[in-house]
Write a protein that binds this ligand. Structure first.
Ligand SMILES: Cc1ncc(C[n+]2csc(CCOP(=O)(O)OP(=O)(O)O)c2C)c(N)n1
Ligand SMILES: [Mg+2]
Length: 802
């Protein structure tokens, strides 16, 4: 550090970068210190900030942002490097001081870089380790997709870069992603691993990590080790240097970390002891005083600007590259190397000492250039010429794709919503036009079984290399004509559901990252939503836009048994912010939802609107829970009113009349049971039937209306409030869903109706549909019993109890 201040006036880029590195370390450390020591939040809580984890990446990120990156490069920054990222943005003029001063506070710079909550130029959110880094590869495949279509002519292809912690490799989704990338011929992707050999609790094994390196090579990546800095490299070239290298290579991570923490004298003691019989090597050690020795022995590649720049410059193109940069957690700070430093913070005294050493006066802590040895004008000039900022803010926009001439589906006779979904997409594919051209489908090995087959037959599979369908070439009969080419519009994935959601996440950000709108549609079996759940949550948190179809769902796929029965997914859909969840019963409902959905996916509005209404202005993603149960389709005109009610979440299939004292409320595939029971009950009471197409939007609308009234908009009524107000307060509700009953039972809370909620609380049986509906209490009999229980009056017609 000391040396860096004696930078000559005609500083080269290298010297300039070293100065900036010093500044970035100071600013990021001070940001964390300030958040913990200077801001009184009134709750007495320390906010942390991971000073040590941030510090290990300072040199690498300085090199990248101030020299290596280009505007078209997109970067996922590991969660704990958020302060480093924000400090860099501040120096580049992209971040306000106020945000830095409020790091981790309400409205300030976020703990982990966030596309939605940070105001500066974040490309990918991170936080849940493994996801930010894995999305980069999928984003690169999406970039290939966009360019293969001849789009994005003014925005060149960039590198999709994951700056990641070494412990992120432990996440299974990273490995799943690596396999998938290989299949798709990944090219423009860099992963820069901060190999500090530390995670939260412990020290990472070096031997294991080298196996990881060969895994990358095996899967087509170029691996570049950034292991030694220039000082160590020079020492290794001296007589006895080879032995020193051996010692460093063999040094267990734990011992190395301890010596880093202890400093020069401890290094000397250890080396004197271990190298006692190697006088020429010891001579190298003895040529350094304690401070110099500590500097030499901690001169790892990841902290040596020159070594880093060389490594980045040596990267090949046309192949993904993994840089493994050896670093020291907390490098340059008092707790460097200590295994417990994960949440370590500098004391006030340590910080004062550090500030003084940086040549920064008290009161100048936030000044961008205070304490730097180079003339301010020279630094400012350098900063304005940094390649990365030459195109300004890099949030791109794309025009909305009009959702016009949406196909009219004539669904007659028996049909399931899953089959209807296939029909809608097939018709869109057949009709062509902008909407058809911008839809991209993807599925984790369930393309055919979720009814995407006809779409794929018409629109083909995406691949950077073309391949004809061999069966077709040989004249062999097959309903699937799978032609692969850069023109194709379906991305076929292996089974990993995490990869599905990461792919959807990447596709759904194309408009902001590449300036080209895509309308992604993904399918999977509904129970396996849970397998990809964190990636789904991540995609929504990034405000990526897509439509995901979970099908088949619930116990309605009866013979498949417990392993495939999804019970909790409607609750997941309701609770997931940014995801509008629907469970239509009939194909005309589904078509209306999809038509609306393709528009909803493209909407944008400022953040504050979401406080008031259920995101109708802002838009979001969609989740459709569909079924393979074929139902008799209604023949009815799709009036504007019906369409609106389907989108808002419910409509009266049989309206309440005066004296109606029971409403059966159903959603999805169980409609026939609800309707049949209503018919039987009508013999001796007035029964209404409410069809719920989206419990999620009903509940969101209800909450929003309550908030609006509390804020003075007295006349606001939620759709569900309006519907239920047609029913007498004394009437009872029987809710019916092929899912956990609480997906609908909350309806009793809206106006205070009594509720008997039928649904699935236990699961796991195989059987026929009628057996399972009867077993779990979703059949007509169960509804009749519930009606009796609610009213206390016996029902006239009952099925015979089994
Ligand atoms: C999925 C997930 N699990 C757990 C955590 C909590 N966590 C945050 S950082 C971390 C370890 C990070 O180690 P590494 O990636 O090596 O980064 P370093 O702190 O060394 O920079 C853990 C377990 C998380 N953020 N995400
Ligand atoms: Mg680590």
């Amino acid at each position: 550090m000391e040396g860096a201040r004696m930078v000559p006036k005609d500083a080269s880029t290298l010297d300039m970068l070293r100065e900036l590195e010093r500044k970035v370390l100071w600013l990021s450390s001070y940001m964390i210190h300030h958040a913990n020591h200077e801001v009184d939040r009134g709750d007495g809580l320390k906010v942390g900030g991971h000073q040590a984890s941030s510090a290990s990446l300072v040199t690498l990120m300085t090199a990248l942002y101030f020299h290596v990156l280009r505007p078209e490069d997109r970067i996922a920054v590991k969660p704990h490097a958020s302060p480093v990222f924000h400090a860099i943005q501040y120096l580049l003029g992209n971040q306000d001081l106020d945000k830095l001063q409020n790091f981790r506070a309400f409205g300030g710079a976020q703990s982990y870089p966030s596309r939605t909550k940070d105001t500066c130029d974040v490309d990918f959110s991170t936080g849940s380790v493994g996801l930010g880094v894995a999305v980069t590869g999928f984003q690169s495949i999406v970039q290939d997709y966009v360019h293969a279509k001849g789009w994005s002519p003014d925005w060149p292809k960039g590198r999709m870069i994951g700056i990641m912690g070494d412990a992120e490799i432990d996440e299974g989704n990273v490995h799943e992603a690596l396999l998938e990338y290989w299949k798709h011929g990944l090219e423009n992707c860099w992963w820069v691993i901060d190999y500090n050999r530390q995670s939260l609790d412990s020290v990472v094994s070096d031997r294991l990590f080298m196996k990881v390196a060969s895994l990358f090579e095996n899967l087509g990546w170029k691996v570049i080790l950034i292991k030694y800095g220039k000082l160590l490299q020079a020492a290794f070239n001296e007589p006895g240097g080879a032995r020193l290298r051996e010692w460093v290579d063999d040094c267990p991570n734990m011992l190395y970390s301890a010596l880093v923490f202890q400093g020069g004298a401890a290094w000397r003691r250890q080396l004197e002891e271990d190298l006692a019989i190697h006088p020429d090597t010891l001579a190298i050690v003895r040529r350094h005083d304690d401070a110099e020795l500590a500097r030499l022995m901690t001169n790892l590649g990841g902290h040596d600007m020159e070594a880093i720049l060389e490594a980045f410059a040596s990267a090949p193109t046309g192949q993904p590259v993994c840089f493994i940069a050896y670093t020291i957690k907390g490098y340059g700070l008092p707790f460097q190397g200590h295994k417990d430093n994960h949440s370590g913070l500098m004391t006030k005294a340590q910080l004062q000492d550090y500030r003084a050493k940086q040549g920064i006066n008290q009161g100048q802590e936030w000044e961008r250039l205070a304490g730097l040895a180079l003339p301010a004008a020279q630094i400012e000039d350098f900063l304005t010429r940094v390649p990365f900022v030459q195109k300004g803010r890099r949030r791109l926009k794309a025009a909305r794709v009009p959702v016009e001439n949406f196909p009219k589906i004539e669904a007659k006779g028996l049909m399931s919503t899953q089959a209807g979904f296939g029909r809608v997409l097939d018709e869109i594919a057949r009709g062509g036009g902008p909407l058809a051209d911008r839809i991209v489908t993807t599925s984790p090995d369930v393309t055919v079984s979720t009814n995407l087959g006809p779409w794929v037959n018409r629109r083909g599979l995406f691949s950077m290399t073309s391949q004809e369908d061999l069966f077709k070439q040989r004249g062999l009969m097959s309903p699937q004509r799978w032609v692969m080419s850069p023109k194709g519009q379906h991305i076929e994935l292996g089974i990993a559901e995490m990869n599905l959601f990461l792919t959807l996440s990447a596709l759904g950000m194309s408009h902001t990252l590449f300036g080209e709108r895509l309308l992604p549609v993904g399918t999977l079996y509904d129970p396996f939503v849970c397998r990809g759940l964190d990636a789904l949550n991540y995609a929504c948190y990034q405000d990526s836009r897509f439509m995901v179809v979970g099908t088949p769902a619930g116990i309605t796929l009866a013979p498949e048994g417990g392993a495939h029965q999804s019970i909790g997914t409607p609750l997941i859909g309701m609770a997931q912010d940014g995801l509008a969840t629907f469970e239509p019963t009939y194909v005309d409902e589904l078509a209306a939802i999809m038509e609306w959905g393709f528009d909803y996916m493209q909407r944008e509005a400022p953040e504050d609107k979401e406080q008031r209404w259920h995101r109708d202005e802002k838009g979001g993603s969609l989740y459709l829970r569909l079924t393979t149960r074929s139902l008799e389709q209604p023949t009815r005109p799709m009036t504007d009113k019906l369409r609106e009610e389907i989108i808002d979440g419910a409509y009266w299939l049989r309206k309440p009349e005066p004296g109606t004292d029971l409403a059966i409320v159903y959603t999805g595939a169980v409609a026939p049971e609800a309707i049949e029971a209503a018919g039987l009950l009508a013999e001796d009471r007035r029964v209404a039937v409410l069809a719920v197409t989206s419990a999620d939007r009903l509940s969101a609308g209800w909450h929003a209306a309550q908030r609006a009234r509390e804020h003075g908009e007295r006349d606001v009524r939620a759709h569900i409030e309006t519907l239920l107000s047609e029913l007498s307060r004394d009437a009872g509700l029987i809710t019916l869903t092929d899912a956990y009953p609480e997906a609908l039972s909350w309806l009793g809370g809206v106006l205070g109706h009594r509720v008997r909620a039928l649904g699935v609380e236990h699961f796991g049986q195989s059987g026929s549909l009628s057996e399972l509906y009867s077993h779990y209490g979703l059949d007509v009999n169960s509804i009749l019993s519930a009606a009796e229980g609610l009213s206390g009056r016996p029902v006239r017609y009952r099925f015979l109890q089994k």
